[in-house]
Design a protein around this ligand. Structure first.
Ligand code: PLP
Length: 355
């Protein structure tokens, strides 16, 4: 049987959740479990996130999956509902909506009594410069004050475009706008911190923080790894050695024959490829971890196989190779791939076995 395997370390997830609690001790934690818990498998992750106050998801289907699994914590739909008929499902399942445009406000008001009777909060989204979702400053103050007057309990919500960047000018603008609206609508609950902001701006933790990537033990920052941030990788992605070859100087490896050996070397062929969600294009040299050592991937990644350099390692067939995990951080694989850990974690295919 093919051995490509995804292991989920629930203790690591609990550890990372505790890191959030240390960094934001007074805020409630809305654990972001959208996109199948960032590719980790929502069922396993929920079981390890017992200490969270709430969950955040991107759509109704994701919220309903959590309810079907039996979890009763509040769930926020971070893009709100996409049509009015979803609003009744929201109320029936005790879900909470972001509102970010006027039609959503109309749909909410059409279900006002039931929404309020269930004590569900309305998360009102400020567009402070990211220009994806939300009301601009002047408008949101009116919107929130009207909703409050109608009896809704509101949370002012915002998302940073550059929380991972040092000294980006938009950060100050977004903070200032958020604080201005918060004051103009006082008293009001507030939420603006994702993982990067939780690390950087403890003064902005307010009532609810919304950690995503840090829960899964990967870094939100390009220049810091999970180890630097005292986070533990939750996913370990492995595959097995299925063939061993010795090649001589001048011989090439794999499709396109781009890698040419400069001296005799031992290769291990590992049964992993882009068909499993392992990236094909590596603008920088990529590595795997095997037998406690970090060793280069050589030649192109194919649909089902890669070749790695095991010269001098005495590697038996069947040896497990860590593609990412605690020894080879997904942050570093992402860096070599020219992407972010978020993407690699989310886009594994259905082929690897999950344990
Ligand atoms: C609204 C919102 N809040 C929080 C998060 C979590 O972000 P991160 O994974 O960077 O912590 C996301 C992720 O995209 C988001 O869209």
């Amino acid at each position: 049987m093919r051995q490509a395997t995804v292991y989920i370390d629930r203790e690591a997830l609990q550890y990372n959740l505790n890191r959030v609690k240390q960094l934001a001790p007074t805020a409630q934690i809305v654990s972001m479990v959208k996109a199948n818990a960032y590719g980790h498998g929502v069922k396993d992750c929920l079981a390890a996130l017992g200490g969270t106050d709430a969950f955040g998801v991107a759509c109704l289907e994701e919220a309903l999956e959590i309810r079907e699994l039996g979890y009763q914590q509040p769930i926020t739909l971070i893009e709100g509902v996409f049509s009015e008929d979803e609003m009744q499902v929201v109320i029936d399942n005790n879900l909470e909506c972001i509102v970010h445009h006027h039609q959503q406000l109309d749909w909410l008001r059409a279900h006002k009594d039931a929404y309020i009777a269930k004590n569900l909060k309305v998360w009102v989204k400020l567009n402070s410069g990211m220009n994806r979702l939300g009301f601009k400053v002047a408008e949101i103050i009116e919107v929130i004050n009207a909703l409050k007057a109608e009896g809704f309990t509101c949370v002012l919500a915002m998302h940073f475009a550059n929380a991972d960047a040092e000294n980006h000018p938009l950060n100050e603008q977004q903070k200032n706008q958020f604080l201005h609206v918060k004051e103009a609508c006082a008293p009001i609950m507030a939420s603006c911190c994702n993982s990067a902001a939780i690390f950087k701006w403890p003064e902005l933790n307010f009532d609810f923080v919304r950690p995503g990537i840090m829960l899964y033990g990967a870094s939100p920052f390009a220049d810091q790894t999970a180890n630097d941030l005292d986070l533990k990788p939750v996913m370990t992605f492995t595959a097995a050695v299925i063939a061993l070859n010795t090649i001589q100087a001048g011989e090439s490896v794999g499709y396109g024959s781009h890698f040419v050996a400069t001296e005799e070397m031992q290769l291990a062929i590992v049964s992993i490829g882009y068909g499993d969600g392992y990236p094909r294009a590596f603008p920088k040299q990529n590595y795997v971890s095997i037998q406690g050592k970090t060793t280069p991937v050589v030649g192109r990644v194919a649909m089902d196989m890669i070749a790695i350099d095991v010269t001098g390692l005495n590697t038996p067939l069947g040896t497990e190779v860590e593609l990412w995990g605690k020894n080879r951080l997904v942050d570093n694989v992402a860096e070599a791939n020219g992407t972010i850990g978020y993407e690699l974690l989310c886009r594994l295919s259905a082929r690897p076995i999950r344990k």
